[in-house]
Design a protein around this ligand. Structure first.
Ligand SMILES: Cc1cc2nc3c(=O)[nH]c(=O)nc-3n(C[C@H](O)[C@H](O)[C@H](O)COP(=O)(O)O)c2cc1C
Length: 400
C-alpha cells in the first residue's frame, strides 16, 4: 500500500524522517511531498534517500508529459498523512486553497487524510486554527492532536508533534490495517441513566453518550467485538456493535452483569444516576407547593464488576469531577479497584458533557497521563491505546 507523507514548514519537520521509517517498518510504500517552507528545515535528499523515490517539492516540475503529477499522486495514494502540519496548511486545506503541490493533492485525493499539527501553543489555540480543524474533522480528515510539553519556541503547552507511534497507529487505522483489538470483546456502557420520578419525569444527567459511542466505533474499527450497553441517547449506534438499550441504573447493572462473562475489557463510560426516588409516583405529580422526594442510592455497577472480575478482565471506569479532580479520581480508582479511571474535569467550559471535544486524565495506580483537549473520536483511540498498554508488562513506574 502506498502512503504519502506531506511535510510542511515547521520545526518538527525533521521528525517526519522518523515517521517515514516507522511507516516503512509497516511494509508501506512511502512517498514524500514537501512544501517550499519545509525545505528550509530539512532537505528533500533525506527523504529521497530514505524512500528511494523522488521527493515532490513543486507543482511545476512534472516528471513526464503524459501525466499530471499531482492528480497521479492524489489518485494513486492509499492515504495522505501531513506531519508536521503547519497552521498555514490547515488553513489552506480548510479553505480549499490549492496553490502548491501538497494543497492541490489534498483537494484532488479521495484517499483518507490525516493531519498531525505542530506549532506554537498560541497558534494552536487561536480561534482560526480551531475553526479550521473543526471544519477539516467534519469533512472526515483524521486529526492527530499535538502533545503538550516544552515547545521549540520556548513556551510550554500544546503544540508538540504527536509521538511517531500515535501517527503510525492513525495511518494503520485509516488503512483498516489496524487490528490490534482483534480477539477482544469490549463491553462499553454509554449515556446517562434515568430514574423515574413519575410517569413523565425523571432524574437524569447531562451525559450525551458521545464518548462511549466514540469508544465503541473506534474499538470496532480496530477489530474488537463490541457490546454497547446504552442508556437513552440521541445517537445512532455504530454499525456492527451489539446494542443493549437500557434506561435505569438497575437495568444497566443487569445488562452488564449478564454479558460480563463474554467481555475481556469493560469500559464504563456511562454516567449513571447515583440516586433514585424510593417510590416513584404512579401518577403525574401536580404542582402544589414545595415537593420533597426521598431518594435512595442506586447500585454501584463498577464495584460489582470489579468484585466479579475473572483473571485477565480489564476494568476501566470513568469519573466526572467538578473540584479536586485528581484527588477524587485517585480515590475512586483505589476504592473501586479498577485498572484505570478516565478522569473528566467537567467544570471546564466548552468540553465534556454534550460536547464533541474533551480533555481527560488517564489514571492508573502508577501513572497520570493528561490528554489535552481533542475530539472525542480521537480521544477514543488514545484511550484504547492506553487500555491495551495495560495488557503489556509495566516496566516504567513514573508520573508521565
Ligand atoms: C523558524 C520557524 C519555525 C516555524 N515553525 C512553525 C511550526 O512549528 N508550526 C507552524 O505552523 N508554523 C511554523 N512556522 C511558520 C511556517 O513556516 C509558515 O507559516 C509557512 O508559511 C508555512 O508554510 P507551509 O504550510 O506551506 O509549509 C515557522 C516559521 C519559522 C521561520
Amino acid at each position: 500500500m502506498k502512503v504519502t507523507v506531506g511535510v510542511t514548514g515547521g520545526v518538527a519537520a525533521y521528525k517526519a524522517a522518523e515517521l517515514v521509517r516507522a511507516l516503512q517498518r509497516q511494509a508501506l510504500d512511502v512517498h514524500v511531498v514537501m512544501t517550499e517552507a519545509a525545505q528550509h528545515f530539512i532537505q528533500p535528499l533525506t527523504f529521497a534517500s530514505l524512500t528511494g523515490h523522488k521527493v515532490i517539492t513543486s507543482l511545476w516540475e512534472s516528471g513526464s508529459d503524459e501525466s499530471i503529477e499531482h492528480i497521479d499522486a492524489a489518485t494513486s495514494t492509499d492515504a495522505l498523512v501531513v506531519a508536521p502540519a503547519t497552521a498555514n496548511v490547515l488553513a489552506k486545506f480548510a479553505q480549499g486553497i490549492a496553490d502548491d503541490f501538497l494543497a492541490t493533492m489534498y483537494l484532488a485525493t479521495t484517499a483518507p487524510v490525516i493531519v498531525s499539527p505542530a506549532m506554537n501553543v498560541n497558534m494552536w489555540n487561536h480561534p482560526a486554527t480551531r475553526a479550521n480543524l473543526a471544519l477539516l474533522e467534519d469533512r472526515g480528515v483524521r486529526i492527530v492532536s499535538p502533545d503538550s510539553g516544552y515547545l521549540a519556541c520556548g513556551m510550554v503547552g500544546s503544540g508538540r508533534l504527536a509521538e511517531t507511534e500515535t501517527i503510525v497507529q492513525a495511518v494503520l487505522d485509516v488503512l483498516h490495517r489496524s487490528n490490534d483489538l482483534a480477539g477482544e470483546t469490549i463491553l462499553i456502557t454509554a449515556g446517562g441513566t434515568r430514574e423515574a420520578i413519575d410517569p413523565v419525569r425523571f432524574l437524569g444527567n447531562r451525559s450525551s453518550g458521545k464518548m462511549g459511542y466514540a469508544l465503541a466505533e473506534a474499538a470496532l474499527r480496530r477489530g474488537a467485538r463490541v457490546i454497547l450497553v446504552s442508556a437513552p441517547t440521541a445517537l445512532r449506534a455504530p454499525l456492527g456493535c451489539e446494542l443493549v438499550s437500557v434506561t435505569t441504573t438497575e437495568e444497566m447493572r443487569t445488562a452488564v452483569l449478564r454479558r460480563l462473562d463474554e467481555a475481556t475489557i469493560v469500559i464504563k463510560a456511562a454516567a449513571v444516576a447515583d440516586y433514585r426516588p424510593v417510590v416513584p409516583s404512579g401518577q403525574k405529580l401536580k404542582r402544589s407547593g414545595p415537593l420533597t422526594i426521598e431518594l435512595q442510592p442506586t447500585e454501584d455497577i463498577l464495584a460489582e464488576v470489579v468484585q466479579r472480575r475473572r483473571e485477565g478482565l480489564l476494568v476501566i471506569g470513568f469519573d466526572a469531577e467538578t473540584e479536586n479532580a485528581l484527588a477524587h479520581g485517585r480515590d475512586k480508582l483505589l476504592r473501586k479497584g479498577a485498572d484505570a479511571i478516565v478522569l473528566n474535569d467537567v467544570s471546564r467550559e466548552g468540553i465534556g458533557f454534550d460536547s464533541d471535544r474533551n480533555a481527560v486524565t488517564f489514571l492508573t495506580r502508577q501513572t497520570a497521563l493528561n490528554f489535552p483537549e481533542m475530539s472525542k473520536r480521537e480521544l477514543a483511540n488514545r484511550i484504547l491505546e492506553e487500555v491495551m498498554s495495560l495488557r503489556r508488562p509495566q516496566t516504567v513506574v513514573a508520573e508521565r
